[in-house]
Design a protein around this ligand. Structure first.
Ligand SMILES: [Zn+2]
Length: 255
């Protein structure tokens, strides 16, 4: 029998299976994203002290199986891990669900993802102590995408590298370039672009570098910057996130 392994983990998704089992997808600190089956999860309070529900932060114990993708989850306990509660707050649930789904979409099974784990954990902590804020959503999107290799550029022109964008002129976000071009370079770029105010671009550049814990009190970008982010995210995902429409309806943007 394979040896038991263990790692801290965050439950991204869970569903009941058969009479008493659960199938769970988690982002682990040490082994990237894992999917597993917890036999008897609905009846064993000893082995599964923490419910294997989305947002649960657990010490996961599991055994790999020689064949098949699902690991056997043998135990899950809270130990001394920080727990983050979203209460019954609709905004928190909507943003939290979106963060979990975006994380699942941008991570690969067993791909190294320790930094993504820390980004998600920091965002969950910020969400649990405050209220759902667009700035937290945007900071999370910027940070997680950069981790995944999509470092979006909002501080300098992708063509001329001009950084003096604070003259107040609008800039243009080009999805296929993952960043902005300045007004002077716009005519030399054939692709379609989203016009973004200098202020919104500056806010996004700042949110991308802010510690995630500080983002809820920071300014959020306006609808133009949010549209640029949303277009880019949909360009790199192969499906629309189920939680996105709900979140967009709950967390309106202020212009
Ligand atoms: Zn330029």
């Amino acid at each position: 029998m394979p040896a038991e392994e263990s790692t801290p983990a965050i439950v991204l998704r869970a569903r009941d299976y058969a009479d008493s089992d659960r199938i769970v997808t988690l982002l682990t600190l040490q082994f990237g994203k894992l999917s597993g089956i917890a036999k008897g999860a609905k009846s064993s309070r000893y082995r599964f002290e923490r419910k294997l529900e989305p947002f649960s932060h657990v010490n996961l114990h599991f055994r790999r199986r020689p064949h098949g993708q699902l690991v056997f989850i043998t135990r899950a306990e809270a130990a001394d891990l920080a727990q983050h509660v979203l209460d019954d707050d609709l905004g928190k649930i909507a943003l939290g669900s979106y963060m979990l789904e975006l994380t699942e979409a941008l991570t690969a099974e067993e791909g190294e993802a320790a930094e993504a784990y820390h980004i998600l954990l920091g965002a969950m902590a910020a969400l649990s102590v405050g209220v759902a804020q667009s700035s937290l959503r945007q900071a999370f999107e910027m940070r997680l995408m950069r981790w995944a290799g999509f470092g979006l550029e909002f501080a300098r022109c992708r063509v001329c590298a001009n950084v003096s964008l604070d003259d107040g002129a609008a800039v243009y976000f080009v999805v296929s370039r993952g960043g902005i071009v300045c007004a002077r370079c716009r005519d030399r770029v054939p692709e379609g672009a989203i016009k973004v105010s200098a202020k919104s671009a500056a806010i996004l550049a700042r949110l991308g570098n802010l510690p995630i814990e500080d983002s809820p009190t920071a300014a959020a970008t306006g609808p133009d910057g949010a549209l640029a982010l949303a277009r880019f995210i949909s360009s790199i995902l192969d499906r629309r996130l189920r939680s996105q429409d709900f979140l967009d309806s709950i967390l309106p943007l202020k212009s």
